[in-house]
Write a protein that binds this ligand. Structure first.
Ligand SMILES: O=C(O)CCC(=O)C1=CC=C[C@@H](O)[C@@H]1C(=O)O
Ligand SMILES: [Mg+2]
Length: 339
């Protein structure tokens, strides 16, 4: 497969993007990544609505991939799907065990659940309790955990050796760096602990997203459309990596989730349920017909944005300005890359 053209897709003039940009602040039902409000800049392009919502702490060059992804959605459109619906997992944030039932209920029936573990300020007993509750409520579900790099190697080995009793499908980013992932993976195999290792941050936040695969540091990759520069770039990455991929969200509105669905729908193989049901964690959306799961699946379809909801969730003026300033800086980064 060829290297994606760094200039593609076409970069519209900043004035055009600014003029069409809408900034929303959508409340969460439950704290996730430490936030209770998710902000996003949405732009309507000729091919449909697009979302630019890099997390606020990300710098401009990292955010440039998110803008590329938005431009693909709005100005280029998505590649042809090979399936018309995609299986999804429920996502359980690092909530107390007593809240698990209420969180799971938001997702309707699903066959897979991702549980956050290793949250700062919590301990392994809390992870155990959360996982035990998920297993009690869904005895047959595929369960995976996501530590967001929160364990040391020693902690990861100890924790996963114990948590394997819940029949874990895989552990996402148990430790922060690639040599650590590789070491944990090798040691778990040596101990015959049946937990696969997935890389997330080590793919989407690395200079070289193929390094994990090259260094044999994970069994599978977590792939997100926006941080990887869009659906086509993510597809190219998966093809080059030669590892199974799980598509996951960036905690987007339904507009951003649409890109994730397009990615999952276009992958030649989709062996795992995708982490694309996160609209269910939000207390609002920009469409009257949100991309939330039905029977454990999301459909492959367009998202129609509601002008009334854009008003309802319009961000305060200072935050709107913050996003417009960011858009301007990141546009400059992409214009530089194209020059
Ligand atoms: O994968 C899922 O089930 C939901 C998405 C999800 O967990 C994430 C979305 C956005 C940011 C990340 O911190 C987080 C992740 O680590 O995968
Ligand atoms: Mg993750």
């Amino acid at each position: 497969m060829s290297t994606p053209d760094p200039r593609a897709p076409f970069l519209p003039p900043l004035a055009e993007l600014r003029e069409r940009a809408r900034v929303v602040a959508v409340p969460m039902r439950v704290r996730f990544r430490g936030v209770m409000v998710r902000e996003a800049l949405l732009i309507e392009g000729p091919e449909g609505w697009s979302e630019f919502s890099p997390f606020p702490e990300y710098g401009d060059s990292e955010a440039a991939s998110w803008l590329r992804s938005a431009l693909e959605a709005g100005w280029q459109g998505f590649p042809e799907p090979v399936r018309q619906q995609v299986p999804v997992n429920a996502t359980v944030p690092a909530v107390p065990a007593a809240r698990v039932e209420e969180v799971l209920a938001r997702f309707g029936g699903v066959g897979a659940v991702k549980v956050k573990v290793a949250e700062q300020g919590q301990d392994l007993a809390q992870d155990h309790a959360r996982l035990a509750e998920v297993r009690r409520l869904l005895p047959l579900a595929a369960i995976r955990v996501d530590a967001n790099g929160g364990w040391t190697e020693g902690e990861a080995l100890a924790a996963l050796t114990e948590l394997a009793d819940y029949r874990l499908e895989y552990a996402e980013q148990p430790v922060a760096d690639i040599p650590g992932l590789r070491a944990v993976r090798n040691e778990l195999r040596r101990r015959e602990v049946p937990v696969l290792i997935a890389a997330d941050e080590s793919v989407r936040r690395e200079e070289d997203p193929l390094r994990v695969a090259r260094e044999d540091a994970a069994d599978l990759l977590v792939i997100k459309a926006a941080p990887l520069g869009g659906v086509r770039r993510a597809l190219d990455l998966v093809a080059r990596a030669g590892l199974p991929a799980v598509v996951s969200s960036a905690l987007d509105t339904s507009v951003g989730i649409r890109a994730g669905v397009a990615l999952a729908a276009a992958l030649p193989e989709l062996p795992y349920a995708c982490g694309l049901a996160t609209v269910s964690l939000m207390n609002g959306d920009v469409t009257d017909d949100p991309l939330v799961p039905d029977g454990g699946f999301l459909p492959v379809r367009r998202v129609t944005v509601s002008p009334a909801l854009l008003e309802t969730f319009a961000a305060p003026a200072d935050r709107r300005q913050w996003w417009l300033d960011r858009l301007e800086r990141v546009h400059r980064v992409l214009a530089g890359a194209a020059g």
